[in-house]
Design a protein around this ligand. Sequence first.
Ligand SMILES: NC(=O)c1ccc[n+]([C@@H]2O[C@H](COP(=O)([O-])OP(=O)(O)OC[C@H]3O[C@@H](n4cnc5c(N)ncnc54)[C@H](OP(=O)(O)O)[C@@H]3O)[C@@H](O)[C@H]2O)c1
Length: 478
Amino acid sequence: MTAFHQKPLRQQLQALRHCHPVPKSAFSDGVEALKGKQIVILGCGAQGLNQGLNLRDSGLNVAYALRQSSIDSQNSSYQRAKDNGFYVGSFEELVPKADLVINLTPDKQHGPVVNAIMPTMKAGAALGYSHGFDVIEAQREIRDDITVIMVAPKCPGTEVRAEYLRGFGVPTLIAVHQDPEGKGLAWAKAWCAGTGGHRAGVLESSFEAEVKSDLMGEQTVLCGLPQAVCVAGFERLVALQVPAEQAAAFYQFGIEQVSESMKAGGVRLAFSKLSPAARVHARRQADKIKAAFRPLFEKHMDDIVAGRFAERMMTDWQNDDVELLTWRQQSSESAFEQAPPSQSFTLDFDRATGLVAIFAAGVELAFEVMVEAGVSPASAYYESLHELPLIANTLARRRLHEMNLVISDTAEYGNYLFAGPATDILKDILATWTLRELGEGGQFDAVDDTSLSLVDEQNQSHPIEAVGASLRAYMRER
Ligand SMILES: NC(=O)c1ccc[n+]([C@@H]2O[C@H](COP(=O)([O-])OP(=O)(O)OC[C@H]3O[C@@H](n4cnc5c(N)ncnc54)[C@H](OP(=O)(O)O)[C@@H]3O)[C@@H](O)[C@H]2O)c1
């Protein structure tokens, strides 16, 4: 199979565009295709544990394969699997028995893990991923008789479980990369149904499209922007004499509440909750923010599509993660992260003008840049707007520490690359803002009806609104 980066442009675009919603009726067989099959999950971390719990509750046979050293030391992965009543064994014991091996180890480990299991996988077995980085960016060669599929929930593992327990699921991308027996799609659908994803909304896509859009969403609007906003916004509020606890609470909880509103009714709903004068002001600020950030978003998309992002991250992997670990330490020492613990608070939308402007800009820009690069609008919607509150609620739990703990290693590295320059851009913008935009209240100048009407039309007519409305209707279908 030709690697993505060696393909002619037209074939690259075709792979990136490969994405369409799967009708709910296509899941009428539920988990049937995997009933009675032995599923072995590699790793019991964020996705591993939560997907495994859902699959078992959906009636499937799940066991966990862990490193022998983790079993011997009965480490936290071992304890998580055992405490939840799963059978745990070594790779050597469980992989040869598996019909479907689901690789839920960190992306960085996929090379050694997949190379180690390849010789012992049963003839005709399937290998599953929840992210296509290893296959596309690391160009992993997989035995010809193995079916290679993906089920990628568009959120952290904790939410995969929480939504399932609510009787629902999270939007999910499925894809088939290698299909020697023609069973790939049926198995991917059954795995997806087992996680509950089929109840929320499923896009059938390609490994290529999943990787490029997932990397773009997570490093820019989903993680990088919240990281930059917390650091730069907190610093500015404190400089304006707002008490540290209050300033931290504003960003810790405010981002979640603004993004929840966008998820419920699009970016335009968040705008519509502002007073008319604040709405016009927020739109104008959002346009300025988009102009300031566009080159950075485009650089990230270009680097991802061309494979430069992957190369840089894999160099850091070979260098014992020195860049990532240094940044992680710095992030944990930021004034926002160190501020006294904040109490939850309910955001008064009239004080959210600046937050709405920043996140409207981020969501619209990520969507626009992804679509310009060839990503389908449906996928770009999930990877920008829809997933934002699912990440923001990790921030609300325990600030940036929790967000960076729960997201994948790949997302955290992308966050590191984006957040530095993004923080500098934001600091310049916020330096021109007063307490009115920054959430401490105050009136904006009255606006005339023509300005208001033009702004409302602009908010309504952004292409993400039409895609979002139709995907939200599809997700609500029973
Ligand atoms: N996190 C997310 O939000 C998210 C969302 C969608 C998709 N994904 C994808 O899901 C996959 C898993 O990500 P994750 O964040 O869930 O990973 P994670 O929590 O970091 O995974 C940790 C687990 O992997 C095991 N592991 C680590 N290195 C290993 C090795 N060399 N050999 C065997 N097992 C090893 C660990 O076992 P030990 O305790 O023994 O080290 C632990 O059980 C990735 O492909 C990721 O891109 C993640």
